[in-house]
Design a protein around this ligand. Structure first.
Ligand SMILES: [Zn+2]
Length: 83
């Protein structure tokens, strides 16, 4: 049983490229991070872990003050600390 993974992709110059740096693969889903329902746990369960990690890492210090709880959880999980 395999569940299709969803990768988050970039907008702008690198639009469409998965943020985890993987190659696009026909069997998988891609969604722009900015337009994805990433605040929903049920959606995050389907997302590539590497993509989530890069997404959580992309918060800078100012943004972290208002970052959602799950981003902080992820950062903790990846040993990134609050800053
Ligand atoms: Zn990915």
């Amino acid at each position: 049983m395999s569940v299709k993974k969803t990768h988050l992709t970039l907008t702008g110059y690198y639009a469409g490229q998965p943020i985890c740096g993987g190659k696009r693969d026909e069997g998988e889903h891609y969604i722009h991070a900015a337009y994805s329902p990433i605040h929903k746990p049920s959606f995050r369960d389907t997302v590539c872990v590497e993509c989530l990690k890069v997404y959580a890492e992309s918060y800078d210090e100012d943004e972290l003050e208002t970052a959602p709880e799950w981003v902080m959880e992820f950062r903790k999980g990846f040993g990134l600390g609050p800053h």
